[in-house]
Design a protein. Structure first.
Length: 434
């Protein structure tokens, strides 16, 4: 039977995402009522700048006192889209303490302090949902938490930042340099004025921590995720990738060790074969490739950011949480029963593509090969050519390795740097997805 008393919702934050959430709640009110089994009512919107005009939102709902809004005592669900660590963390805790469930899009907070937030939700018998924290509108968190709950996930590899994918796609398709592609991304609104969080991999690392925790039923914090940015990726790297039948993507890669005793989580640029499904992900889209024992290989694809896509994920969580409220139940909480250790990047088994500037004289290749052998790294292919800039006494040497522990590969590179015949290490790129 339809419940007539509305479920009351408080909105924390009314920027691009928050304003779109409020708009959809208003324009789709009848549909939401039918899907939930009760009407939902937006009863307050906490903001920092109350004087700003917010089209479609009743000014009477606007407040700057978020704490007072949450302590009213009649709020059923709180939607948090303000981002950052504080005051978001304190406000979410206050919401739980005052009887409200929470829908959040806050990847940074969940990666940093997700365990404590889940514990607070469980203590007070409330829900914590966060589909919008990873990959925007793409249904990913709930399928991994619920649809694949009976399966064993061994690997997750994905493009989880639209800004970096746009930049790398432009470099690949047009031959543009990094700065030129970044400038275009900024002009189109894909990149922030300060793009550091995106291009240095911090945004992707936060999402990787969340996904790793869900995939492997263990707690993975942001500090556990190995991270490299993509600012050093060059046009010559793309040229090398194309000669190998590859392209370059900034990837989040989460893996369970072969013996099942540990997990790893990492974010870095990598070459992947053009035959891999992730290679065809263009523009600012996201895609995540999940490998599970029973389900096999699954790919989730779609827009990973923006007001409307993120609001779609928020509203999906709102419907789920409201249904739970009517049923006097809660959805899945944190699953961290395995408590597997998170290994360091040095334990990861991968491949390297290494570009060296070397002296153009006999014996150099043998010296380089010996260095690889001394570190237990097997060479797959080698390509040597004269320097394209016309330097007559130097050559370019490109080495692609077989799979080896990252620590051994890194040690090899450091040893190469010390050789008299090696003028410099021009580029190092991991090769994944094979």
């Amino acid at each position: 039977m339809m419940r007539t008393r509305p479920l009351k919702v408080a909105l924390l934050g009314c920027g691009v995402v928050g304003s779109e959430v409020a708009r959809i709640m208003t324009t789709h009110a009848d549909d939401l009522t039918q899907r939930i089994g009760a009407p939902v009512e937006l009863v307050g919107v906490a903001v920092r700048r109350p004087s700003k005009v917010r089209e479609g939102i009743d000014p009477a709902l606007i407040t700057t006192d978020a704490t007072a809004l949450l302590k009213r005592g009649d709020i059923d669900v709180v939607i948090e889209v303000i981002g950052g660590i504080e005051p978001a963390r304190s406000l979410i805790t206050t919401a739980f303490e005052n009887g409200a469930s929470v829908v959040s899009a806050n990847k940074a907070l969940l990666a940093e302090d997700g365990a404590a937030l889940h514990a607070a939700a469980e203590q007070h018998g409330r829900d914590l949902y966060y589909e919008a924290a990873v990959a925007g509108a793409i249904p990913l968190v709930r399928p991994m938490r619920e649809s694949l709950a009976g399966d064993k996930i061994n690997r997750v590899m994905g493009i989880v930042n639209g800004t970096t994918n746009f930049i790398l796609d432009k470099m690949d398709s047009t031959g543009a340099g990094y700065q030129e592609a970044l400038d275009e991304a900024t002009a189109l609104g894909y990149a922030e004025a300060d793009p550091t969080a995106d291009v240095e991999g911090y945004d992707a690392a936060a999402k990787a921590a969340i996904l790793a925790g869900i995939a492997f039923h263990t707690r993975v914090r942001l500090d556990d995720v190995y991270r490299e940015g993509m600012t050093e990726v060059s046009a010559s790297d793309f040229a090398s990738a194309k000669r190998m039948g590859c392209t370059i993507k900034l990837l989040a890669i989460l893996e369970r060790a072969a013996d099942g005793a540990s997990v790893t989580a990492r974010v870095h640029p990598a070459m992947i074969p053009l035959t891999h499904p992730l290679a065809s992900v263009r523009e600012a889209y996201n895609a995540v490739f999940v490998e599970a024992e029973a389900a096999g290989r699954l790919m989730f694809y779609g827009p990973g950011a923006g007001g409307s896509p993120t609001a779609s994920a928020v509203l999906g969580d709102l419907v789920a949480v409201c249904r739970n409220k009517l049923a006097e139940a809660t959805g899945p909480g944190e699953s961290a029963y395995t408590q597997l250790p998170v290994s360091t990047m040095g334990d990861v088994v991968t491949r390297y593509h290494i570009s060296l500037d070397v002296a153009d004289k006999p014996g150099v290749l043998a010296q380089v090969a010996t260095t690889f052998a001394e570190h237990g790294v097997s060479i797959d292919t080698v390509r040597q050519q004269g320097r394209p800039d016309g330097v007559g006494n130097e050559a370019s040497l490109v080495v692609v390795t077989h799979r080896a522990p990252d620590a051994a590969l890194s040690g090899t590179v450091e040893a190469l740097r010390k050789l008299d015949t090696v003028r410099g290490v021009a580029s190092i790129m991991r090769v994944e997805g094979e």
